[in-house]
Design a protein. Structure first.
Length: 189
């Protein structure tokens, strides 16, 4: 059964963890590097990852002998590297050739940026407090918002301009570095 209060809570929790608005500079940077982001593909893959992890996450990690804390640290390292790219203007994730089918829409966009360790560990936590229908609908609402932001990234870049984009890129790079460090720190405390 869907409870509106629970649905709003789940949706807002996931919205803050996914942080699609904070990811705009990263999305624009990926689009600049690769020329095109497959918004639908990235959204569907992120949704598939989230829903799969909601139901099978702990079992999948246990199958590989990985605990949730280790998984969170691995995701944080990837986020840290993306943040370093943004702040220092270096290139860690190399552009892939067009023959590879645009997997940049999956790594690092769908995973770990949209459906990363933070989102996955949050989904495991949400299972303890909310019903599956509320969590699933919260995921769907967030995926719709993700798709809209991904589709409008070119428009957003035009509105921001080059200077605005560079400023946002540095600011959100530092924020992303801080989030990555916080994720690692939380695993050790």
């Amino acid at each position: 059964m869907i409870y509106w209060k629970d649905l709003v809570s789940v949706t807002l929790i996931l919205f803050s963890v996914i942080d699609i608005l904070g990811s705009i500079p990263i999305i624009i940077e990926l689009r600049k590097k690769h020329g095109h982001i497959q918004s639908g593909k990235a959204t569907l893959v992120a949704g598939f990852i989230m829903i799969t992890f909601l139901f099978l996450g702990e079992s999948i990690l246990a199958l590989f002998g990985v605990d949730v804390a280790s998984f969170a640290i691995a995701g944080a390292i990837v986020m840290f590297l993306i943040g370093m790219e943004m702040v220092l203007g270096i290139e860690i994730f190399k552009p892939e050739s067009s023959e590879e089918g645009g997997s940049h829409s999956i790594v690092p966009l769908a995973f770990p940026l949209l459906a990363g360790a933070g989102t996955m560990t949050t989904l495991i936590s949400l299972r303890a407090a909310y019903t599956y229908p509320n969590i699933l609908l919260g995921i769907v609402i967030n995926l719709i918002l993700v798709f809209v932001v991904l589709k409008s990234s070119a428009w957003l870049e035009l509105k921001l301009g080059k200077a605005g984009f560079n400023i946002l890129r540095k600011i959100f790079g530092i924020i992303l570095l801080s989030i990555a460090i916080k994720l690692v720190k939380n695993q050790f405390t």
